[in-house]
Design a protein around this ligand. Structure first.
Ligand code: 4NP
Length: 162
């Protein structure tokens, strides 16, 4: 429910923060806007080696093809993210495990696989493949964003509102 409460904060995470998570970030923001949902979305990587870079050109091209605005510079996950965000959603199980390993004790954020609100599948790394992998990533991001919205609408959030 939109109101004066703090909006729900969601961080989407992959490895490099140049392919999957900036796309998930852009797609979730776009889908939330279309539904009139009040949401703060960001993305980050569990690795820092692409820090400061723009999203991969194939991520940008896929977003452009689907009319999804994208504007992000890669960054790594930081400890403060576990305080700032209500949900931290991992693209695959390796990133999920890494997030759980680095999460501080008593972390407020709920850490989950992005696909866990739907078919529980990982978003495979499209970096070393062609455009089809990026299209599949886009489709999963749309599907999982809506499944996440449905979950939060049905279950609420202990710390924020949709
Ligand atoms: P992402 O994809 O985790 O979806 O951003 C990757 C980007 C870069 C690399 C691996 C995955 N890399 O090895 O440089």
């Amino acid at each position: 429910m939109a109101g004066s409460e703090r909006p729900l904060h969601v961080l989407i995470v992959c490895l490099g923060n140049i392919c999957r998570s900036p796309m998930g970030h852009a797609v979730m923001e776009h889908e939330a806007k279309k539904k009139g949902l009040n949401l703060v979305v960001d993305s980050a990587g569990t690795a820092a080696y692409h820090e400061g870079e723009e999203p991969d050109e194939r991520t940008v091209a896929t977003c452009k093809k689907h009319g999804v605005p994208i504007d992000h510079l890669a960054r790594a996950v930081v400890q403060n993210d576990f305080k700032t965000f209500d949900y931290i959603l991992a693209s695959d199980t390796q990133n999920l495990e890494n997030l759980r390993r680095v999460a501080p004790k008593g972390s407020k954020a709920k850490i989950a696989l992005f696909g866990s609100f739907d078919d529980n599948k990982p978003i495979q790394d499209p970096y070393y493949g062609g455009m089809r992998g990026f299209e599949k990533t886009y489709e999963q991001c749309v599907q999982y964003s809506h499944a996440f919205f449905d979950y939060v609408s049905a279950n609420g959030s202990p710390t924020a509102s949709l």
